[in-house]
Design a protein around this ligand. Structure first.
Ligand code: AMP
Length: 309
């Protein structure tokens, strides 16, 4: 009997997987829970069974960048939880909260293929019952780069991430370098508030043409998608110049801004080269640096960064 007919037979019988383990893997989607109680119960059972817990917080519309984080968590922990929550409190009033892509079914397939064990996909009401007032601020780090363009964004991010940490109670949480400032702020929050979790930051996953993968790339028109890889080319060129011995940070910053402003249809929000640890201005390349940019292509705001060296 061929694999397709075995699969059909297994599905018809309502007992997928009774014929072959390979079939179980093909048909199984990652289970989804929507309440905090269900999530806590599932994680507690995994812990009771002796498993360590990995966690990847996301807003869904998952792509290969998210999948890499899940695989990375799964390589180090036994039971991996992915949260999918478009968090209203981290969007400004004129941002894309309502049109942010929501693709739970394909997210489930991607999570299953990457090895996730549970998806926690709460509603806003589950996460923020009436009269929720407590917030988490990480001052200083939230004031620069993204800060002025997105007031309140990091307060929303830190508040929801701490809540998710308190719900999942993971041993390991994996974030992407793609959101460099967010990653830095989460590390600070965990350190300052003694949150018992190990934070791991994984490299940015890119399309073959260099564009950083992002859920927002799907907003781009064909022309904008063609122009977008120039963002990474500009960052990579600056990195090369710095590694080649250019020590004048201000000159490199201006060159980066000029390269980005020259992208057809682009509007530069910021282009900075900062201390990779403090995110402060960097007078000289005498410590690890971060070249970090935000660019509008039409109404879509893209961010990217490279570490130097
Ligand atoms: P988001 O769903 O955009 O909130 O992102 C969820 C997590 O995935 C964050 O830790 C992001 O930094 C990370 N992430 C998003 N895009 C990428 C990418 N291209 N490569 C690696 N990590 C990413």
């Amino acid at each position: 009997m061929g694999q397709a007919s075995r699969l059909a037979e297994a599905c018809q019988a309502g007992r997928p997987g009774t014929t072959s383990k390979a079939i179980v893997r093909e048909v199984r989607l990652t289970p989804v829970v929507t309440t905090i109680v269900e999530c806590r119960t599932a994680v507690a059972a995994a812990k009771k069974a002796g498993q360590t817990v990995g966690f990847v917080p996301t807003m869904g519309a998952l792509h290969e960048g998210h999948a890499a984080l899940v695989r990375s968590a799964k390589a180090k922990t036994g039971y991996v939880v992915v949260s999918i929550f478009v968090n209203p409190t981290q969007f400004g009033p004129n941002e894309d909260f309502h049109r942010y892509p929501r693709t739970l079914e394909s997210d489930r397939s991607l999570c299953a293929a990457a090895g996730a064990d549970l998806i926690f996909a709460p509603t806003p009401a589950e996460m923020y019952p009436e009269f929720s007032v407590a917030v988490v601020d990480v001052p200083k780090f939230d004031e620069k780069l993204e800060g002025p363009s997105r007031p309140g964004h990091f307060r929303g991010v830190c508040t929801v991430v701490l809540k998710l940490f308190n719900i999942v109670i993971p041993d390991l949480a994996v974030f992407g370098q793609k959101d460099a400032q967010q990653a830095r702020i989460i590390r600070q929050m965990v350190r300052d508030l003694n949150v018992p979790v190990t934070v791991q930051i994984d490299p940015t996953v890119r399309e073959p043409d260099g564009l950083a993968m992002s859920s927002r790339n799907r907003y781009l028109s064909p022309e904008q998608r063609t122009a977008a890889p120039a963002i990474y080319r500009a960052l990579a060129a600056i990195r090369e110049r710095a590694l080649g011995g250019e020590i004048d940070v201000a000159r490199l910053e201006s060159a980066l801004a000029a390269d980005l402003a020259a992208i057809p249809g682009a509007r530069l929000d910021y282009a900075r080269i900062v201390d990779a640890d403090t995110l402060d201005a960097l007078p000289r390349f005498d410590r690890p640096a971060l070249a970090v940019v935000a660019v509008f292509l039409g109404s879509t705001r893209l961010i990217d960064n490279v570490l130097i060296p």
